[in-house]
Design a binder for this molecule. Structure first.
Ligand code: PLP
Length: 385
């Protein structure tokens, strides 16, 4: 059976060019970048080059990049690190209700530890306004952490305006840009962002590697202890094959962006148009301010999990509206935050398209959704039409 992958928000395949760049560092170039001999120097050089590529992709200096084990760790380091850098002088952290759990749960943990926290609500499209941020900032605020683009519903936040508010108030601004890399232009020399998280496996790089951008002079302290790697901000022997892959993936993501964005928008709009022709299907997230490859819909009178499994039988891979922590049937906190009721949230599907999806795949998917929905509704006791 032909398999169709529409879950690029969960992870992406590794690009051939990225794998090729990594292979020497999994084979003959196995030195430790901290070693002084030729093997070490060879590894150090690759580490430096990867850092330059990531920095170039964001328009920042290489010294401002800290490699981590992925987006989760970058988010944890940003929040815990800045809190360690500034507390106890100030004690307040602001975030939004639609953040990834790597941000939300870190902030909630700090709340349990006695810090003051504000979790801003979002509008029906999943957006936080700069005004809300401005009103929430107090003279005790350390940090505002609001994502660049949402992983479930694709909504792009007004992150530059939010950053500008933070700058004006003298508060650090962190943004989880894990979903945005390769879709949104970053030039952090001009954009008012102090910390930014990214993860290689969301843009055709390897899993288990990412980075945190830390603007020069930001008061960030380490949260792991050990060696002196990454200017002590992230001790531990570097995942060199992964970091080399991240560098290459970043280079390609930036180079391909205009072309890829255009293709994804076209495919996305074709998918939305097809799906909305099915009765009682609604689009979630912002109609315009959304990631090129993201389509999130609620299909009324069906259960998302059944729909997901039915589509899986037809070879189509996607996510449903129950928490991405699979196995859990709690509705997603993002869909709840935009005001959906439990049932509607449970009946939601997320399609996240990638650069290799095709028009034929979109058309096949729309038909498959239609048939599966008809079948499930015909069996449903709550569907009476
Ligand atoms: C995937 C994702 C993360 C987590 O990144 P990992 O590298 O898988 O730890 C964080 N934030 C967002 C928005 C994501 O989509």
């Amino acid at each position: 059976m032909k398999r169709i992958y529409m879950d690029h928000g969960a992870t992406t395949p590794l690009r051939e060019e990225v794998l090729d760049a990594m292979l020497p560092y999994l084979k003959e170039k196995y030195g430790n970048p901290s070693s002084l001999h030729s093997f070490g120097r060879e590894a150090r050089k690759a580490l430096d080059e990867a850092r330059e590529k990531v920095a170039a992709g964001l328009g920042v200096a290489p010294e401002e990049i800290v490699f981590t084990s992925g987006g989760t760790e970058a988010n944890n380091l940003a929040i815990m690190g800045v809190v360690r850098g500034i507390a106890p002088i100030k004690n307040h952290i602001i975030t939004s209700a639609v953040e990834h759990h790597a941000v939300l749960d870190t902030v909630k943990f700090l709340g349990q530890m006695g810090y003051e926290i504000t979790i801003l609500p979002v509008d029906e499209y999943g957006m936080v306004s700069p005004r809300q941020v401005e009103e929430a900032i107090t003279d005790r605020t350390i940090l505002v952490s609001i994502m660049t683009a949402n992983n479930e519903i694709g909504t792009i936040m007004p992150f530059e305006e939010i950053g500008a508010v933070c700058r004006e108030k003298g508060v650090y601004y962190h943004t989880d840009a894990v979903q945005a890399i390769g879709h949104i232009d970053f030039n952090l020399r001009e954009q008012p962002v102090d910390l930014l998280s990214l993860s290689a496996h969301k843009f055709y790089g390897p899993k288990g590697v990412g980075a945190l951008y830390v603007r020069k002079k930001t008061k960030l302290k380490q949260v792991f202890f050990g060696g002196g790697q990454e200017r002590k901000l992230r001790p531990g022997t570097e995942n060199l094959p992964g970091i080399v892959g991240l560098g290459r993936a970043m280079e390609l993501a930036v180079a391909d962006m205009p072309e890829k964005r255009e293709k994804l928008i076209r495919l996305r709009d074709r998918l939305v148009e097809g799906l909305l022709q099915i009765e009682d299907v609604r689009l979630n997230g912002h109609p315009l301010q959304r990631l090129p490859g993201n389509v999130n819909v609620s299909v009324l009178y069906v259960e998302g999990e059944s729909l997901l499994l039915g589509l899986d039988l037809k070879g189509i891979a996607l996510s449903s509206g129950s928490a991405c922590t699979s196995g859990s049937l709690d509705p997603s906190h993002v869909l709840m935050a935009i005001g959906l009721d439990h049932q509607t949230a449970q009946g939601s599907l997320r399609f996240t398209l990638g650069k290799d999806n095709t028009d034929e795949e979109i058309d096949y998917t729309v038909e498959a959704v239609r048939k599966t929905v008809d079948y499930l509704r015909a069996m449903s006791p709550v569907y009476r039409k």
